[in-house]
Design a protein around this ligand. Structure first.
Ligand code: ATP
Ligand code: MG
Length: 411
């Protein structure tokens, strides 16, 4: 039986990749002008990096990691890239460089999730990380960079959802409040939430179960949490962020339920959503992770970042035209065709030939399907150093010197 791609994995076919490349070119342009530099970290890392970095109580670490043993070592295919980038930041002494250090990445991530529309087991993320700035201007700059990136690839009608989880002491307060509010109805919550109640009560807010959501509503969790205030510093940080975003004309909606699925976030968290994605509607998620560098063995270093899912982003963009050959060389002299096609390629044009001595009519028939122009070199053309160029949409043809031909295509 033929072997198929594994469940939750997908081939990125050439038509799709053309579009991916143009998305990546925009990412490179937008991030580079904002002074981010690209980094690539290995696809597998020590399992411990994610246990400590992403957090033991998260779904990702508990259920979704691809972990395997090799030479007595526990290794894991990266489920996300922030932990790896922080590891690299520390390993290469980037904390001693001029701060902020601003990095971006692109590559595959692996999570053992239930595959469905917008959710795969191997998917790709584009992301940015910025180390060394505590001021909310860094948060605003990162969010604005994401918004500009989305605009540059033609996305509209996105909504930015914003929240602040505060610092450790704010979160202690939130946790305690959530526990007090939910303790009386704990046995009605889903199994996951009952576990979260012990390991990570904040995460309860992120529960997708309709029953749990209804219980939150009945118990006015949101209203009660909204009454709790962030500490003075966190509240100032959050207010500053909103002022900066207003100044940049970034529209956002505050969402007190937004807690995000990873343990490392502090203060700012945000998601960028698109209604047209259906139930998996988040295209970008991110936030501040001021404790992560320290958790992974470095000095206290404030940091912020976000990641975009390439597959979800791709599904929202208008599809690129399939690639067409600029010049298809038609000849029964394979050597001459091979040579001319390669000369044309030097001008940055897409050139192809038939790799055969088939009849010209057959070659032109093929050219008409895949190319914009046919460049015919029969015996006469080769002798006289000319080419006959046939425009394959108008079917007009003219014979010109090679010199003129190259002068034309270099324009
Ligand atoms: P979700 O709530 O959709 O599970 P998440 O909070 O787990 O998202 P992050 O870890 O923040 O997502 O990753 C950022 C982005 O990566 C998401 O907004 C989404 O576009 C994409 N993403 C995450 N998980 C998957 C997946 N399994 N398949 C495809 N894309 C994904
Ligand atoms: Mg998820």
């Amino acid at each position: 039986m033929a072997i198929k791609a594994q469940k939750g994995t997908k081939d990125v076919l050439p038509e799709e990749y053309t579009q991916w490349k143009s998305i990546l070119a925009k990412a490179d342009e937008i991030f580079t002008t904002a002074d981010f530099r690209q980094i690539e970290t290995p696809i597998f890392e020590a399992t411990e990096l994610f246990q400590r970095g992403v957090g033991d109580s998260t779904d990702i670490v508990n259920k979704e990691m691809y972990t395997f043993e090799k030479s007595d070592r526990s290794l894991t295919l990266r489920p996300e890239n922030t932990a790896g980038v922080v590891r690299a930041y520390l390993e290469h002494g980037m904390s001693r460089d001029i701060q902020p250090v601003k990095l971006w990445y692109f590559g595959p991530m692996f999570r053992y999730e239930r595959p469905q529309a917008g959710r795969q087991r191997q998917f790709h993320q584009i992301g940015v990380e910025m180390f060394g700035v505590e001021d909310a201007s860094a948060d605003a700059d990162c969010i604005y960079t994401a918004v500009k990136f989305f605009e540059s690839v033609g996305l509209q009608n996105l909504s930015v959802e914003l929240n602040s989880l505060g610092c450790n002491s704010c979160r202690d307060k939130f946790r305690a409040k959530i526990k007090t509010l939910l303790e009386p109805v704990l046995d009605k919550l889903c199994e996951d939430c009952q576990k979260r109640f012990v390991t990570n009560p904040l995460r309860i807010l992120d529960c997708k179960s309709e029953d749990c959501k209804r219980i939150f509503e009945e118990n006015k969790i949101l209203e009660n949490l909204a009454k709790l205030e962030l500490c003075e510093e966190c509240s100032e940080h959050y207010n500053n962020l909103k002022v900066y975003l207003d100044m940049l004309n970034v529209k956002y909606v505050e969402n007190p339920f937004l807690v995000r699925g990873l343990d490392y976030y502090t203060r700012t968290v945000f998601e960028i959503k698109s209604e047209s994605l259906g139930s998996q509607n988040a295209v970008c998620g991110g936030g501040r992770y001021d404790n992560l560098v320290e958790t992974l063995g470095g000095q206290h270093t404030p940091a912020i970042g976000w990641a975009v899912g390439m597959e979800r982003l791709y599904s929202l963009t208008e599809k690129a035209e399939p690639q067409k050959v600029d010049y298809f060389v038609v000849s029964d002299n394979i050597a001459e065709a091979l040579k001319l096609a390669n000369e044309i390629r030097k001008y940055g044009k897409i050139a192809e030939f038939d790799y055969s001595k088939r009849k010209f009519a057959k070659q032109i028939e093929k050219a008409a399907k895949i190319a914009k122009n046919a460049v015919i070199i029969g015996e006469t053309e080769i002798e006289q150093n000319t080419v006959s160029v046939k425009n394959l949409s108008t079917f007009k043809q003219k014979t010109i010197s090679r010199e003129e031909f190259f002068a034309n295509i270099s324009r």
